[in-house]
Design a protein around this ligand. Structure first.
Ligand code: HEM
Length: 336
């Protein structure tokens, strides 16, 4: 298979794989596969926690979702997210995504921008419908605005827009306890940019690959080689060691999935297209992504639909800021 598909290049700025390094910014950069996995599964390291916020605001959402919860609150919140995913069976998601993709392609007829219309719009509409939101199409821009301010460090304008978008999503959502509603909306926000990034990158390679290369194989290798989520962060809660290095309490760590997925001690010939190798892009441990099968089903529905009827990409995409996650912009495709 390796001779018949284009090489998937490293994401730009992928760090080299090596022992943990204390970077100029004062955080540890962790790049080896075994070190990243060890940190993700070691209770000495926690996700940066979000403080509580006013009901219905962005701060409320961040302060109530599993993603930014410490070990005391995390299990119940994650259980709420996992329970909601039980109503989103992957085969059904794939079929719905394929149907909406076909409708989009019929509707536009000519050139199509993959990122906004398909990569974000289709998965979010499918998921929002499954989660019972009153207006799945209106949920797409609202979720996109929230996703842009979801990670720490968003500016005040982005936060104000996200506050309004969270309120709109809560109003569209069926009534429920705050923890349940927040974690169901959290699924949409988590899915938004990561799944769009996967679809955008996969479309780039899929439309140039022979039809005999299965979409699942392309998605697997895009996740490894050009991951839509390039890494994540942890904070040390007590003195610990990572890859033999002493790490002080309170130290911040950046775990680089992009580098770890190419670790030559785990993946032989890391540049070769050979699906089925170990990939850390969905994380691991207690916070590991519960939506992996759902993301793959949604992406398969969209990318299969594109491969069936559309051909070459007509632009080489850049990526939207920020670098985590990586969502291609301006990727346009044409009908065959
Ligand atoms: C290609 C698409 C996706 C990628 C690469 C991805 C990756 C990740 C990663 C790396 C984490 C863990 C972050 C950490 O430990 O710091 C995570 C968490 C999470 N993801 Fe995904 N994700 C994707 C799609 C989805 C989808 C489609 C859903 C839901 C339908 C989802 C729901 C979640 C949730 C709820 C969490 C938080 C889990 C927790 O903290 O317990 N993700 N994802």
């Amino acid at each position: 298979m390796s001779d018949r598909v284009p090489l998937i290049p490293s994401a730009p700025d992928t760090p080299a794989c090596g022992p943990p390094r204390l970077d100029d910014g004062g955080f540890w950069s962790v790049t080896r596969h075994a070190d990243v996995r060890a940190v993700l599964t070691d209770p000495c390291f926690r996700v940066p926690e979000a403080a509580p916020g006013a009901p219905g605001s962005l701060a409320w959402l961040r302060g109530t979702v599993a993603r930014f919860s410490g070990p005391d609150r995390h299990p119940a919140r994650r259980a709420a997210a996992v329970a909601a995913l039980a109503g989103c069976e992957p085969d059904g998601l794939r079929r719905d995504a394929a149907r909406l993709t076909a409708e989009e392609l019929d509707r536009v007829g000519g050139r199509l921008a993959v990122s906004p219309r398909l990569a974000r719009g289709v998965p979010l509409r499918v998921l929002a419908a499954r989660l019972g939101l009153a207006d799945p199409a209106a949920a797409v821009p609202a979720v996109t605005v929230v996703a842009a301010a979801y990670q720490p460090g968003a500016g005040p304008v982005a936060v104000r827009r996200a506050d309004r978008a969270v309120a709109a999503l809560v109003a569209m959502h069926p009534p429920g306890s705050p923890e349940v509603v927040a974690n169901r909306i959290g699924l949409l926000v988590q899915a938004c940019d990561a799944t769009a990034g996967l679809i955008g990158a996969a479309a780039r390679y899929a439309l140039a690959a022979p039809p005999s290369v299965p979409t699942a194989a392309l998605l697997a290798e895009v996740l490894r080689l050009d991951p839509p989520v390039r890494g994540t962060r942890r904070v040390a809660v007590r003195a610990a060691r990572v890859g033999g290095q002493p790490v002080a309490p309170g130290a911040e760590l950046v775990l680089c999935f992009d580098a770890a997925n190419r670790d030559p001690t785990v993946v032989t010939a890391p540049d070769r297209f050979a699906p089925g190798r170990s990939v850390l892009t969905f994380g691991a441990g207690p916070h590991g992504c519960p939506g992996e099968r759902h993301a793959l089903a949604l992406a398969t529905g969209v990318v299969d639909g594109l491969r069936e009827r559309w051909s070459t990409t007509v632009t080489r995409p850049d990526h939207e800021p920020p670098a985590l996650p990586r969502v291609p912009t301006d990727l346009k495709v044409m009908p065959r």
